[in-house]
Each structure stands twice: as structure tokens, then as C-alpha cells.
Write a protein that binds this ligand. Structure first.
Ligand SMILES: [Zn+2]
Length: 443
């Protein structure tokens, strides 16, 4: 058993507690005691503020290679998508593994202990399956094992290039040709100690209603998390209404997708009926504000969704940056700009979305909290940086959410094992591997 003494720890309330002793054994938290003014003999000292492991609930690992390279010139989501397809079309399993491993290691440095990988790059060029049709998914599973974090592999069904259109170009690599072949492929994937298999409907642009019902059936039979991109762009709503007379959310409700453990990714452009449907089904909404800004998607109304009964999680999605503190504050700050009101989401609520909320929507209900029985995932953020110097216990949660950067993370423990020590990954030279993997893909 190892005891950790935290100068400050966030145990889920509005404020951080001072002097918290956390006992860890067998990868789980065995005890939590407050009011311990100094580290007892033998305890590991964690200076700063310690929080549960962060969950990055929406990731496309390969899009890390786009960073900076899509920031020149003008355009829209749709022109960005063409640039993204060009990178997707270059990847093979080895390049994918190297890029994902480095990207997940970057996440580990940022305090992420669990990633939800929304995976649709399944097949070889032109859509030809690899000898093992899950070779690309297995590359992602190998990548997290090396990087030391957990994964929920949200295997995405993707069948159409747009409503009623066949997949074209790079999209051919995404498609299994039908929902039954998709089921046949994902059935061969297995859960592991650090791996959960979940399902995804890419979007109601790329999956027809009948196939969406098939994906939902597979997810609900196995009680697996189900995610879908929902109403990221107004054009997606317009296409669905034109083709089916229904919004994407209404179509997903028709397909029974909202009845299980459902997460709507983005949920940016919703009407009142959509908000009610997601709220009444207690769906999770995964907000990805740094990507939504980057792609000029718009600002969602997350307060309205939470008030209706939905929960929140956060994702760095295209990895324009990987910093869950930036995602968390953006939910509130973007909504301030849109609403003219401050304080629509409190710091503790946002931190809950980054920890417990993300783990719950990825199928890890026993992670994301510092309490007895939970997985021993502990992230410690230094209060000595120029961003956080002068922080006091009373407002430490607010300082963390509204001013911390990913680079302030000093220590990360996953399942009781040290993964980041003094700001460095214990086994991976992350900047070097990122450089090699990104330039390798683009060469
Ligand atoms: Zn996405």
C-alpha cells in the first residue's frame, strides 16, 4: 500500500480540501482522510492541487498531425475536412500507431488518464480491408498500452459520404459497406484491463436511420457506451431535415439511440425539442470547445442542456490543443460571450465534467473521483507556475479551471502506478516522438 499526502485535493465539492491523505492499494483508493496537516512518515508528498484523472471523452488521434497546418488561409468546417481527409488517406497501421502513441502520451502529460477514441479510419486505401480488419483499431489499443492510459475504443460505423451518397476518396477507408459487416468486425474486439469497446454512429450524415438502429442494438445488447456526432454544423441539420423531415437528434431518438448510455458529441445547433429529448433521456453531451472554435462550428447552449437533465463531458477532438483545463473554461467563457451572462457553469461543475462526467460516458463509472473504491488515478497540478502562483485553498478550484495550463501538471498516477513524474512521462520522450510521428505521416 502507498500513502499519498496532498497539499490540496479536490474531493468533488465546491472547494479543495487542505492536507488530504489518500491510501492506495491494488490500483484502487482504499482510504481518504482530510485535515492531515503534514505528510506522515513514508507518505509520498504531492505539492499543489490533486484532482482525479481527467477523461478526454472525444479524440481523433490522427488529427494531431493537422496542428498548425490548417491555420493558414480562409475557409470553413468543410474546407478543413478536405485537409483532414488528406492526412487520413496517408496513414498505415505503423504510422497510426506511432502518431496515436505520441498523442496519447501528450495527453498523459496533460493529466488525461482515459481517452475516448472515436475511431473511423478502419480500412486500407480505397476501402480494402487489412488482413486483420481491426488492424487500425488494434494499433490504437497498442498505442494506449505504451502511453500508459486507458481507452474506450468507440468504433464508428460510417457508411455514406453524405445522405444518399456513397463514400468517396478517403471516406472509403471509413466504411464497412453496411451495418452487419460493421457488427461482424467490432465483435472481434475484446475488452481488457485498460480497454473498453464502445460503439459510435459517425453522424446522421454518414449513417442512415436503419443502420443507426442496428448500431444501437449492438451497443445496448452489450451495455456499451454509444456516441455520435450531433448537430456540429447547421448544414448537417438542414440535410437531415431535407431528407427525413427530422433533426439529427430526433432521428437518433427514433433509432432508440438515446435509451442507453448515449453521448451526443458537440450538440451545438439544437432546437428546443432536441434539448428536451437529450435532457429527458439523461444523455451526456461531450463539448469540444477548442475544436468547435477552430472549425467555426458555433457555441452550444450547455446550460440549457444541463437544466433539461443532460450531463457534460469534454474532449479535445481534433487536438488543435490538448488541454482539458482550456476545454473546461471555454464551456463557460464561450457561453458568456454568447449570452452576456457570467457564472453559467461553476468551476466545480466544469471539473466534474472533465473527470467523473467523462469517465461515466466512456463506461468507466468507477473512475474520475477521489473516494474509497475508485480507481487510483491522481493528477497533481503545481501551484508554483506563473499562472497559479498566489493561489489560495479557498479559490484553488476556480484558479485551476480558469487559469491552469496542461503544462502545470506535475504528477500523474494511473491505477496506482506513476505515469508522469515532475512533468515528464516515465517511459516516452513525448516531444521527440510527436515530432517523428507527425513529420513521418506528412513526409
Ligand atoms: Zn469528432
Amino acid at each position: 500500500m502507498t500513502a499519498y499526502w496532498c497539499e490540496l485535493a479536490w474531493l468533488g465539492g465546491r472547494r479543495a480540501e487542505a492536507g488530504v491523505l489518500i491510501d492506495v492499494g491494488g490500483g484502487r483508493i482504499e482510504g481518504v482522510s482530510g485535515g492531515v496537516s503534514a505528510p506522515p512518515p513514508g507518505a509520498v508528498r504531492l505539492d499543489g492541487i490533486t484532482i482525479p484523472g481527467l477523461a478526454n471523452a472525444h479524440s481523433h488521434a490522427f488529427q494531431r498531425a493537422l496542428r498548425g497546418r490548417t491555420q493558414q488561409g480562409t475557409g470553413s468546417f468543410w474546407s478543413w475536412r478536405e485537409q483532414m481527409y488528406r492526412v487520413a488517406d496517408r496513414l498505415d497501421p505503423d504510422g497510426y500507431l506511432a502518431l496515436a502513441r505520441a498523442t496519447y502520451a501528450e495527453m498523459a502529460l496533460a493529466g488525461v488518464t482515459c481517452v475516448g477514441e472515436f475511431h473511423y479510419l478502419h480500412h486500407g486505401q480505397g476501402g480494402t480491408p487489412y488482413e486483420d480488419p481491426n488492424e487500425m483499431g488494434r494499433a490504437l489499443i497498442a498505442a494506449v498500452a505504451d502511453a500508459g492510459v486507458r481507452i474506450t475504443l468507440l468504433d464508428a460505423c460510417y457508411l455514406h459520404g453524405g445522405i444518399g451518397e456513397p463514400p468517396a476518396g478517403a471516406q472509403q477507408r471509413f466504411s464497412d459497406g453496411g451495418v452487419e459487416p460493421w457488427v461482424g468486425r467490432v465483435e472481434a474486439l475484446r475488452d481488457g484491463d485498460s480497454v473498453r469497446i464502445g460503439a459510435a454512429i459517425h453522424s446522421m450524415r454518414a449513417v442512415d436511420p436503419e443502420a443507426a438502429a442496428g448500431v444501437t442494438r449492438w451497443a445496448s445488447e452489450g451495455q456499451r457506451p454509444l456516441h455520435a456526432h450531433v448537430s456540429e454544423q447547421p448544414a448537417e441539420n438542414e440535410a437531415c431535415v431535407a431528407a427525413y423531415g427530422r433533426t439529427p437528434t430526433a432521428l437518433l431518438a427514433d433509432a432508440a439511440a438515446l435509451e442507453g448510455s448515449f453521448t451526443a458529441v458537440h450538440a451545438t445547433h439544437l432546437d428546443d425539442a432536441d434539448v428536451s429529448l437529450l435532457g429527458e433521456s439523461s444523455a451526456c453531451c461531450c463539448v469540444c470547445p477548442t475544436t468547435e472554435r477552430d472549425l467555426a462550428d458555433g457555441i452550444g447552449a450547455m446550460r440549457r442542456l444541463v437544466d433539461a437533465g443532460a450531463s457534460l463531458s469534454l474532449g479535445s477532438d481534433s487536438h488543435a490543443v490538448i488541454d482539458l483545463f482550456e476545454e473546461a473554461r471555454a464551456v463557460e467563457l464561450d457561453e458568456r460571450l454568447a449570452s452576456g451572462e457570467r457564472g453559467r457553469h461553476g468551476a466545480a461543475e466544469l471539473l466534474r465534467a472533465a473527470t467523473e462526467g467523462g469517465h461515466a460516458c466512456l463506461g468507466w463509472p468507477d473512475a474520475g473521483r477521489i473516494e474509497p473504491g475508485a480507481r487510483a488515478d491522481l493528477v497533481t497540478v503545481s501551484l508554483d507556475s506563473v499562472r497559479l502562483a498566489g493561489t489560495e485553498a479557498e479559490t484553488a478550484v476556480e484558479a485551476l479551471i480558469f487559469a491552469a495550463a496542461a503544462s502545470d501538471v506535475r504528477s500523474v498516477i494511473v491505477g496506482g502506478r506513476e505515469l508522469v513524474s515532475d512533468g515528464r512521462h516515465v517511459s516516452i520522450d513525448v516531444p521527440r516522438e510527436l515530432h517523428e510521428a507527425v513529420t513521418g505521416v506528412l513526409a
